[in-house]
Write a protein that binds this ligand. Structure first.
Ligand code: HEM
Length: 506
């Protein structure tokens, strides 16, 4: 007993000495010791993780920049940058682009990496090369009739629904973007618009993405990750099998359809090129992630998250822009005037035409600024000494730009919390804005592969909505300021419903 107590005492003493040593090292001898930041953040990563768990990480980053300046030590080995030059220095430097950090992107560890979360530059290059043709201009043109089909169905469904009272537009935007992305990828929709319901697979994906912020925070502690990841892999086996079973028929039908120009085709081809991989449906399921997988709300980790993210991003922005327009009737009127004078009928609303509507384009840009996909950074790990915004940064430093913090900085934007599409239209009141700060799809070799598709989809849907309906607030005034009330889960926004009164005008 005595011996046991002595061992326990020694272990405790050793742990305390280790912790004290770590604290002293992190504060005074760490290569980042000279960088400003709150005491607790300089000592330990725990406050960073707690902020993720509390849902305040993104907003805390903005607060820390306000207090400590454009470069802050947010964790012992991590720097946050609030400076537009950092985009190029961290993400846009070609071969010297700083690689993604496995601490953030290795989640969940039990699934194979894909285009958005792989930390291997070679693996990424191969996947991106295979996928790029599906996102080219000619592919986008070929995809327009598919989008038009579902947008038309959305309009018809909403027109009918609007007779029965307010419509939760957040849900209907999800339906339409899921139906579109599934058709673009697999050649068939999940029937969300038809059934007025989320396919169980989609619903499972949305729920499955919620703990991703928590898992990501956990994965940043190598010892904890080594213990927890195998347990998670074991626990996840059941739900993953269920998901695979739900999506398998879709993938198998797509495989039977053979060569076709859709988003999934390059992946099938890639697998065919690999000996023995051609018939591996499971692997295709995992990798299909990448195309539909909108890194959108960052760490997309598997097919479920990927699909839900691509849908969630565009759907989130559409809900956000609708809410902002309802909050600002004068801007809504301006947009309605632009859209309704540009088109004689809904049939004439095309991708080309909507991209030439300056106010509509600016409304979406301003929404992407105010409500960036989660606002979380793409954390990178310096593999050698780097220079970021003119400052030398040592090897093995985690570096990131927190978009929400960057887009709400008073030093970079005039009235940063206000909704002003005019700032993107050359209005002199916003001449001091640093427009180069704005990178909603990030930049460099890991930028969003689906950005043109996303922009076209959002512009088309918004144009059709504004052309067909007056969108008004319901009697429930709690939806006012919707954009500023959503819960941030780091990897995703947990969005509340947004009921609107739709008054058909055509
Ligand atoms: C409003 C809509 C969207 C926004 C704001 C958005 C934003 C982003 C951002 C910021 C990234 C970088 C993530 C990171 O570095 O971790 C990204 C990556 C990615 N996005 Fe999107 N996205 C959107 C829609 C889409 C759509 C519709 C698709 C596909 C159909 C898509 C596919 C992807 C893929 C595959 C990546 C990973 C690219 C790579 O690493 O090479 N995104 N997205």
């Amino acid at each position: 007993m005595d011996t046991l107590l002595r061992i326990a005492g020694l272990a405790l003493a050793a742990t305390l000495v280790y912790i004290a040593g770590r604290v002293v090292y992190n504060l005074y001898f760490h290569p980042l010791a000279e960088f400003p930041g709150p005491l607790l953040r300089r000592i330990s990563r725990v406050p960073w993780s707690l902020a993720v768990l509390k849902g305040t990480a993104v907003f805390d980053a903005a607060r820390l920049h306000n207090k400590y300046g454009p470069v802050v030590r947010v964790a012992p080995n991590e720097l946050a940058f609030q400076d537009p030059r950092a985009w190029k220095d961290i993400m846009g430097g070609g071969v010297s682009e700083i690689p993604k950090w496995i601490g953030m992107y290795g989640v969940p560890a039990f699934l194979p990496p894909h285009v958005q979360n792989t930390t291997s530059k070679d693996h990424h290059r191969a996947l991106r090369k295979a996928l790029s043709p599906g996102f080219s201009d000619s592919s986008l043109r070929a995809q327009e009739p598919i989008m038009a089909k579902y947008i038309d169905l959305l309009m018809r469904r909403l027109k009918a629904k609007s007779q029965d009272g307010p419509v939760n537009i957040e849900l209907w935007y999800r339906y339409v973007v899921f139906d579109i992305i599934c058709d673009l990828a697999f050649g068939e929709s999940l029937g969300c618009l038809e059934s007025d319901g989320l396919h169980p697979w989609v619903a499972a994906m949305i729920d499955g993405a919620k703990p991703m912020g928590f898992l990501t925070a956990l994965n940043m502690y190598p010892i904890l990750a080594a213990v927890v990841n195998p347990i998670l892999a074991f626990i996840a086996k059941g739900p993953m099998r269920l998901n695979t079973e739900m999506v398998k028929p879709l993938v198998e039908r797509r495989l039977r359809a053979g060569d076709r120009s859709d988003l999934i085709n390059p992946l099938i081809k890639l697998h065919e090129g690999q000996p023995g991989a051609g018939s591996n449906t499971d692997e295709l399921i995992a990798n299909a992630t990448v195309i539909i997988g909108a890194g959108a709300e960052t760490s997309v980790a598997n097919l479920e998250d990927a699909l839900s993210n691509s849908g969630r991003n565009s759907a989130s922005i559409l809900t956000a822009v609708t809410s902002l327009l309802i909050d600002h009737p004068e801007k809504s009127d301006k947009l309605a005037a632009e859209v309704r004078s540009a088109f004689a009928s809904r049939d004439s609303i095309t991708a080309d035409a909507v991209s030439r509507l300056p106010y509509l384009v600016a409304c979406i840009d301003e929404t992407l600024r105010l409500f960036p996909q989660t606002g979380a950074p793409s954390l990178r790990l310096t593999d050698k000494r780097a220079t970021i915004v003119g400052i030398p940064v040592p090897e093995n430093t985690v570096v990131g730009i927190w978009p929400w913090a960057l887009y709400r900085a008073a030093a970079l934007w005039t009235d940063p919390d206000g909704f002003h599409p005019e700032r993107f239209l050359g209005d002199p009141s916003f001449a001091n804005d640093t427009r180069e700060s704005f990178k909603p799809f990030f930049t460099g070799s890991r930028d969003c592969i689906g950005q043109n598709l996303a922009l076209i989809e959002m512009r088309l849907i918004l144009a059709h909505m504004v052309f067909s309906f007056d969108m008004k607030r319901t009697a429930d005034s709690s939806t006012k300021g919707w954009v500023h009330k959503q819960k941030n889960l780091f990897i995703v926004w947990e969005k509340s419903p947004f009921p609107v009164e739709l008054v058909p005008v055509v």
